[in-house]
Ligand binder design. Structure first.
Ligand code: FMN
Length: 192
């Protein structure tokens, strides 16, 4: 049954709104940083999005009252680790508050000293271009200084649950000639 949330004359019901937002399926990332005092921070985030190809920009948003907020504000660098379908446990781990989330988690160090998680589908190493407070979140826009990626199944978050993708018939690269698809997006000014 369709639900209608009308916020014009009432305080938003955030639980219901969360359900509405949850209709938009996303990938799952772990965004990491290193503070000026060398503390490692990271959290699960599905607010990630690409912004621009040239220059290469991405964004993600963080709850202003998250314990890690000040760390991301002060760092100047962050890394977006895009999780694969095999990394659900990692997503749960980084979504749970803890003083040292990296204690038993294998990681390397990337640009700005940010932790890089192994076996991810992609990693975007970014310098913070701008940080914009909006509502109860802060939006970080990052310039991608280095990107790595490989093939694999992404972890998906939809309606509050972890999922794996199912490819539909006639939906792949063969569904339309590649050149046609790309030029149609280019004409519309889309990055994807
Ligand atoms: C799938 C998923 C996606 C999430 N996405 C975000 C997000 O985009 N921004 C955010 O502030 N919190 C998000 N969270 C919640 C944070 O991961 C969680 O609050 C975490 O504990 C914050 O890290 P901190 O406690 O170290 O600050 C998400 C949680 C899950 C499970």
């Amino acid at each position: 049954m369709e639900q209608v949330l009308d916020f014009r004359h009432s305080v938003p019901d955030t639980r219901q709104l969360r359900h509405a937002f949850g209709c938009f399926a996303t990938g799952v990332t772990v965004v990491t940083t290193r503070t000026p005092t060398n503390k490692l921070k990271g959290l699960t985030a599905n607010s990630f999005s690409s912004v621009s190809l040239d220059p290469p920009l991405v964004l993600w948003s963080l709850r202003l009252n998250a314990p890690s907020c000040q760390s991301f504000r002060s760092s100047g660098w962050f890394a977006v680790n895009v999780l694969g379908a095999h990394q659900q446990a990692l997503s749960r781990h980084f979504a749970t508050p803890s003083p040292d989330k990296f204690a038993n988690i294998p990681h390397a160090y990337g640009l700005g000293g940010c932790p890089i998680l192994p076996d991810c589908l992609a990693c975007f190493e970014c310098s913070t271009e701008s940080a914009i407070e909006s509502g109860d979140h802060i939006i970080f826009i990052g310039r991608v200084n280095r990107a790595t990626y490989r093939e694999g199944k992404p972890l998906i978050f939809s309606a509050g649950r972890y999922c794996v993708p199912e490819v539909l018939a006639d939906s792949g690269a063969d569904a339309a000639p590649r050149g046609v698809k790309e030029s149609a997006y280019a004409a519309a000014g889309e990055v994807r």
